[in-house]
Design a protein around this ligand. Structure first.
Ligand SMILES: [Zn+2]
Length: 257
C-alpha cells in the first residue's frame, strides 16, 4: 500500500536551519546523502505569501492567474469556493485517478480532499500543544490513509514550522521542531514510489527578506522575530521534470501520475 506519488508540504521549511542541524535531522541527512533523492533551493518568482504560494504549487498557476492572494480579504475568510481555479486533485479525480490531500494550507483551516480531518488550532497552531498535535495528527492520518489503499497521489502538509519561526526565529525551539518534523516525514517516505518534499517559501530573520510579509509587531502586540524568505526547499525522488518554480510541482505531478 502507498501512493504512486507522495507530496509532503512543509510550510516555511528552509535549508539554513536544516543544514546547520543535519547531525540531529536523520531523515534530512539521509535525503541529502542518498543517490535516490535530488535536493535544491527553489527560489520563488512570486511573493512569499503562504496562501498564493500553496495555491500556485497545486494549481500550476501564477498568483495573478489563480487570483488567490490572502487567507482573509476584507474581513472575509477565503474558502475553496472563492478560488476560481482547478487544483491538481480536482483534475486527476475527474480523470478517475485515486487522489487524497490532507491539511493543505492555502486556506484556513487547511483544505482536505477526500479525507475527513480537523486541524489542531484550526490550522493556525500557536502553542506547543497545538504544534505537537498537528505534527502527530497529520502524521497519523497520513499513515492510516496510505495503509488503507493504493493511491495515485497523496498530498500531506505541516504548517507548524511557519508559526514557530515567526515567533521564535533563532531560538532552540525552532531546531527542536525541525527534529519533530524530520522524524514525522521519516515515517512517511516508505509509502511513496515517487516523492516531492517542498516548502512554499523559506524563512529568515525579520527584515532579511526581499519582501516583508507581516508587520514587525502584530495586531495583538507580539513582536515577530522571523519572516518568509524567497528560497524554498525542494527534494524529489523519481521525478523527471525539472522543477524551477512552485507551479512546476503541479506540472511534475501531472506528468508523472
Ligand atoms: Zn508558508
Amino acid at each position: 500500500m502507498g501512493s504512486k506519488i507522495l507530496v509532503i508540504g512543509i510550510d516555511a521549511a528552509t535549508w539554513s536551519v536544516i543544514d546547520k542541524n543535519l547531525d540531529r535531522l536523520k531523515t534530512f541527512k539521509m535525503l541529502k546523502d542518498s543517490d535516490d533523492f535530488n535536493r535544491k533551493t527553489l527560489t520563488l518568482d512570486q511573493k512569499p505569501y503562504s496562501a498564493p504560494c500553496w495555491a500556485s504549487m497545486f494549481t500550476g498557476k501564477t498568483e495573478e492567474e489563480h487570483g488567490h492572494h490572502e487567507f482573509v480579504i476584507n474581513n472575509e475568510i477565503q474558502t475553496r469556493k472563492d478560488i476560481k481555479a482547478d487544483f491538481i486533485w480536482d483534475i486527476l479525480d475527474r480523470e478517475g485517478k485515486k487522489v487524497k490531500a490532507l491539511n493543505v494550507p492555502f486556506i484556513v483551516p487547511p483544505y482536505n480532499f477526500n479525507i475527513e480531518f480537523k486541524a489542531p488550532g484550526m490550522g493556525v497552531p500557536t502553542t506547543r500543544d497545538e504544534w505537537d498535535a498537528e505534527i502527530e495528527k497529520v502524521t497519523k492520518k497520513s499513515i492510516e490513509t496510505l495503509e488503507k489503499k493504493e493511491l495515485d497521489l497523496f498530498i500531506t502538509c505541516y504548517v507548524s514550522l511557519d508559526k514557530i519561526q515567526h515567533m521564535h526565529w533563532g531560538g532552540s525551539i525552532v531546531d527542536e521542531y525541525y527534529e519533530k518534523i524530520d522524524e514525522a516525514i521519516g515515517k512517511l517516505l516508505r509509502f511513496g514510489e515517487k516523492i516531492i518534499i517542498a516548502s512554499d517559501h523559506g524563512f529568515c530573520a525579520f527584515g532579511d527578506a526581499k519582501v516583508q510579509t507581516l508587520p514587525k509587531v502584530t495586531s495583538n502586540g507580539s513582536k515577530l522575530r522571523g519572516d518568509h524568505h524567497e528560497d524554498a526547499i525542494l527534494i524529489t525522488k523519481g521525478i523527471k521534470k525539472e522543477i524551477n518554480n512552485l507551479r512546476d510541482v503541479f506540472k511534475a505531478v501531472k506528468e508523472e501520475v
